[in-house]
Design a protein around this ligand. Structure first.
Ligand SMILES: *Cc1c(COP(=O)(O)O)cnc(C)c1O
Length: 409
């Protein structure tokens, strides 16, 4: 396998190797091109970065903490292992989504758009977009599947408090995929005054690259913080993967450090053998979905599979094209953590470090516990793990599980 994945397929800004592209109806091409040009121009401008950096510092709380986790490390039972947690859960609104929401919100304001539309799954992206809309004085409409609305009610209340209109999507499986379809439909009808603020590194170009640019701040900060704390680079960098934005944001600044292992953890749901999971990189096949070519969970006729995860934010049958490319060239590894493994990760992190993490991020912790149990962690390994969000939104689910499972403790 080639050892130099570091420069993206520079010839075509829409592609990562064979993945990516812009598989959309003709009516959307001009709007996507407008966003791409605006992003490239803004990204090259010191004034844009000054404004964005200041807002991220003063309104979001960046840089987020790097948390040394000695009690979690001890719980792994491997001599000399050190663990550092990148605390995206400490960002305003409680997850990494705000990095991208604020960046694109600023861009929309520059383009003279007065209205933001977005999809949301777990609701974290919707809350981030609603927050940014309030900060910047923009109108906000969030599309959310009814199944997700039922399991993430606190986020629905937050979006409404923040002044957003939340539109329930009853089509499809009531998840984020259907919400994306409806948000895009809205955008097509209102491109003159509306920006579609997509929340992850999937979708048609320019979203995968633009969202990655904004989320790379996670890895840029973490790389600097780990070096400052230890004088060395981490051996393993671990992040959960839904669409892939916290993972690529964490991984990207390390892709040029071949000694650093980059491990994306997907939702194993009830187990890969049950078919009820969302492990796209692990068992998907290349195909076209939601405007780009990437790994997809589909049957042999191209029908998109039903997915399941206890974490709404991971419950998506696709994954960003850049991660697909990095998988194919062997630069990233992928793993799965089941619902049960994630719950164990949540429980362990609560009790060792006093952090109630999001069910999504708990998959990364669960995988770390399994690596240790399977003797797959060498002594003295230095681990950097992304805690993509906080667990407040999941308390109803966690409470049910406590009642069901912990009565004998
Ligand atoms: C949305 C979300 C995810 C999954 O999205 P990615 O684009 O894969 O990062 C993970 N964790 C949290 C807390 C989320 O809100």
């Amino acid at each position: 396998m080639p050892q130099t994945p570091l420069r993206d397929g520079a010839l075509d800004s829409a592609r990562f190797g064979v993945f990516g592209g812009r598989y959309v109806p003709e009516g959307l091409m001009a709007a996507l091109a407008e966003v791409e040009t605006a992003h490239q121009r803004a990204w090259a401008e010191p004034a844009f970065h000054r404004e964005l950096d200041q807002l991220l510092r003063e309104r979001v709380g960046r840089p987020t903490l790097l948390h040394s986790a000695p009690r979690l490390a001890r719980a792994l039972g491997v001599p000399g292992v050190r663990v550092f947690l990148k605390r995206e859960d400490m960002a305003h609104t409680g997850a990494h989504k705000i990095n991208n929401a604020l960046g694109q919100g600023l861009l929309a304001a520059r383009l003279g758009k007065s209205r933001l539309v977005a999809e949301t799954g777990a609701g974290q992206h919707g809350v981030a977009v609603a927050t940014v809309s309030a900060m910047l004085g923009l109108t906000c409409v969030i599309y959310m599947g009814i199944r997700d609305m039922a399991r993430q009610q606190s986020n629905v209340v937050q979006m409404r408090l923040l002044g957003a209109e939340v539109r329930a999507v009853r089509t499809g499986d009531g998840g984020v995929k259907a919400a994306i379809t409806e948000a895009v439909r809205d955008w097509v009808a209102h491109t003159e005054n509306t920006h579609f603020l997509f929340g992850t590194v999937a979708g048609p170009a320019p979203y995968p690259r633009m969202v990655r640019d904004h989320q790379s701040r996670i890895g840029t900060e973490a790389r600097r913080q780990v070096l400052a704390a230890t004088g060395q680079l981490p051996d393993h960098v671990i992040a959960c993967v839904g669409g892939g934005s916290n993972a690529i944001g964490m991984f990207h600044p390390f892709t040029g450090d071949p000694q650093v292992r980059l491990i994306g953890v997907e939702a194993g749901g009830r187990g890969l053998h049950t078919g009820e999971h969302a492990a796209t990189l692990s068992v998907g096949t290349p195909g076209e979905m939601d405007g780009s070519y990437s790994y997809v969970l589909q049957d042999h006729e191209g029908q998109i599979a039903q997915t399941h995860s206890i974490a709404a934010g991971l419950d998506y049958p696709g994954v960003g094209p850049e991660l697909s490319h990095l998988k194919d060239i062997g630069r990233i590894e992928h793993a799965v953590a089941t619902d049960a493994a994630a719950l164990r990760g949540l429980d362990t992190l609560c009790r060792t470090e006093g952090i109630i993490t999001a069910l999504e991020s708990a998959h990364a912790v669960g995988h770390l516990l399994e690596l240790a149990e399977q003797d797959a962690l060498a002594a003295n390994t230095l681990i950097l793990l992304c805690l993509s969000g906080r667990g407040d939104k999941d308390l109803a689910i966690a409470a049910e599980l406590l009642d069901a499972g912990r009565s004998n403790r």
